[in-house]
Design a protein around this ligand. Sequence first.
Ligand SMILES: [Zn+2]
Length: 330
Amino acid sequence: MKYIFLLSVLISFSIFSCKPTDPGNSTTTSTTGKPPVKKEEVSVDFNADSAYFFVAKQVSFGPRVPGTLAHGKCADYLLKTLDRFCDTTILQEDDMRSANGKIVHIKNLMGIFNPEAKKRILLAAHYDTRPNADEDKVSPNTPADGANDGASGVGVLLELARQFSKLNTSYGVDIIFFDAEDMGDRRGLSETWCLGSQYWAGNLHKTGYYANEGILLDMVGAKDATFAYEVNSLSFNQPLVVGVWQLGQKLGYGKYFINIDGNPVIDDHQFVQRITGIPMIDIIEYSFMTRSFGEYWHTHDDNMDVIDKETLKAVGHTVLHWTVQRDRNN
Ligand SMILES: [Zn+2]
């Protein structure tokens, strides 16, 4: 998405409730038996070529609009790929009503490392694409490729999953690919956005689930992107925002992670934080040109041409190191 709320509007934002359903009817779990590897035996390094491949692969299915064949094929691919790397995978699916009143079948996809660990990190991105490129001046009624708005965050997280599978972290790491983030009404309620994360937060895959910290990635692959402090993230978990930005700068990515306040953004992290209490932050592009997202946003320019490996590397490398630090301090 995302819809940017003015701060004054945000203050009057009301907490919403999600209809509880029985997750037992909608959740499928797969566990793979992987031999344990000692931490000292492996080294990890974020591979931007691999992340780029994962982005391009998603785009190759076509726009991943919920309910379409391309969306279903991409969901299958993502779940299979998570299953290659993670200890456990979970498919959570159900029907929800979208902003236009139609029922949409959503699928949230999870990959889990160390399911029994008490200390946990939640990493997430959305994989759906918006039904229409409604900011496009020429063709606003057809869907865009969603290379950055959708595929980039997932591409980074798949590469992180590949690295975590070598790292054999003792920390619990949960990766979620949320569905139906981008079906919201531009002038409507915030609850019309982020359907997958609202569903997951109200129907947790595991009773009593909690993560100590969470990071959401959204639009993290555009060339020369800048990431400002997302204002809601500061209120949810300011130390984490500042810590991740400082780490990114220390690793040499200061031109990407900039120390200014961006806009408050309605995104999946909001619903996760509000419903579950997990203090989740959002790494999301802030453009000085538009004072919003990049100019490609919700247009047909959001294709592989905007994706740059250096940006994927800046975000992926930073989140990888942050996770390794958490694990080593455990
Ligand atoms: Zn979007």
